[in-house]
Design a protein around this ligand. Structure first.
Ligand code: SAM
Ligand code: SF4
Length: 334
């Protein structure tokens, strides 16, 4: 099968997948050091001159919308570290064709930014939080303060974000004993909880993957404790949802390792330096920064994007080749 622009102008890749979602990394820096993501002391960051400017980002996203991409998620690194982020989200919200704009954050700085981001057009929010025990949180994140995340979450609720999704990476003997606490926390605050399998990205991800737990194991434990029924939850992603009626809570299970979802993968990732990554678990990539800076026409840019998207591989190989990916998650735009 060859790639094509379907009649509804959605790009369909060589494996028949409609690509309609870009995850946009606005920085590779971070104010936390989650041990499964960024190595301690890591400082091999992209130089500011190599970051795509807001003008360049807006141009690429506009070009993507011409191929049918209509969902954008801002991520990083920690996106709230990028200066004037609400200005960028405001600009992207005005790009014709962007129907859904969301943000992934560690929420450390969210208390300050929740309101301006909501007002600038960010519609949905995912917050990474692996436990609600301040001491454990500090240890997992290399010194993070749980209270700041909590304040950020409360500010986000107040600003109007609803629902707010909480992403919890599950690791054996690190936080697998915290799932019930997280369920109570999310039920109390009306958040959606999403459990994620650890992926072997970079040296940190590989080390953390020694603590990998297939989520079916957690699901079975929960089923012994609660009645759980299938649920439907709006979102652009691969989570499978169950609901716990007695808690009035939805839980998503994201299983890239035990049950991959590559055959329905609808996304690509744009790094802060303009490199387009076609898959989290493969090296396939397409450098766009120099192309953008070379005076390329809109039509030529679109041709480059079509060429880039056609490189999207069939599947990741985290299981077959766990040493494949030396990039850490924050460098790709998780
Ligand atoms: N800093 C923001 C945050 O933490 O939400 C956005 C970027 S972070 C790289 C995006 C997501 O990647 C987070 O939910 C984080 O938990 C996840 N992540 C990072 N490294 C991972 C790994 N090795 N395996 C699974 N998920 C990982
Ligand atoms: Fe930073 Fe997010 Fe990576 Fe944690 S997961 S180190 S918050 S980029």
């Amino acid at each position: 099968m060859t790639e094509q622009i379907a009649t509804n102008s959605k790009y369909v890749d060589p494996f028949g997948r409609s690509i309609d979602y870009v995850r946009l990394s606005v920085t590779d820096r971070c104010d936390l050091r989650c041990f499964y993501c960024m190595p301690k002391g890591f400082n091999d960051f992209e130089e500011p001159d190599d970051w795509l400017t807001f003008d360049e980002i807006e141009r690429v996203i506009s070009a993507f919308t011409a191929l049918g991409i209509n969902k954008v998620r801002l991520t990083g690194g920690e996106p709230l570290l990028r200066k004037n982020l609400p200005e960028l989200t405001h600009r992207l919200s005005k790009v014709c064709g962007v129907k859904d704009m969301s943000l992934s954050t560690n929420a450390v700085k969210l208390a300050k930014f929740a309101k301006p981001l909501f007002e600038s057009g960010v519609q949905r929010l995912n917050v990474s939080l692996d436990c609600v025990n301040p001491e454990k949180f500090k240890s997992i994140t290399g010194g993070g303060k749980f209270e700041k995340v909590f304040d950020g979450l409360m500010a986000a609720k107040q600003a109007g974000f609803s629902p707010i999704k909480i992403n919890m990476v599950i690791m054996r003997d690190v936080n697998d004993d915290n799932v019930l606490n997280m369920i109570d926390f999310c039920a109390e605050h009306d958040f959606i909880l999403r459990l994620i399998e650890t992926m072997p990205m970079g040296s940190t991800g590989k080390e953390a993957s020694q603590r990998y737990i297939p989520l079916d194991e957690i699901k079975q434990q929960l089923e012994q404790k609660f009645e759980m029924v299938p649920a439907v939850q709006r979102g652009a992603g691969p989570a499978r949802y169950l609901s716990i009626p007695e808690k009035n809570l939805n839980i998503g299970f994201i299983t890239p390792i035990s049950q991959h979802f590559c055959e329905t993968c609808n996304r690509v990732r744009l790094g802060v330096n303009g490199t387009l990554y076609l898959c989290l678990g493969q090296e396939h990539q397409y450098p766009l920064r120099e192309i953008l800076r070379s005076g390329v026409s809109d039509e030529e840019l679109k041709e480059h994007l079509i060429k880039a998207l056609s490189l999207k591989p069939k599947k990741h190989e985290f299981n077959e080749k766990p040493d494949n990916i030396i990039r850490i998650m924050s460098a790709t735009g998780g």
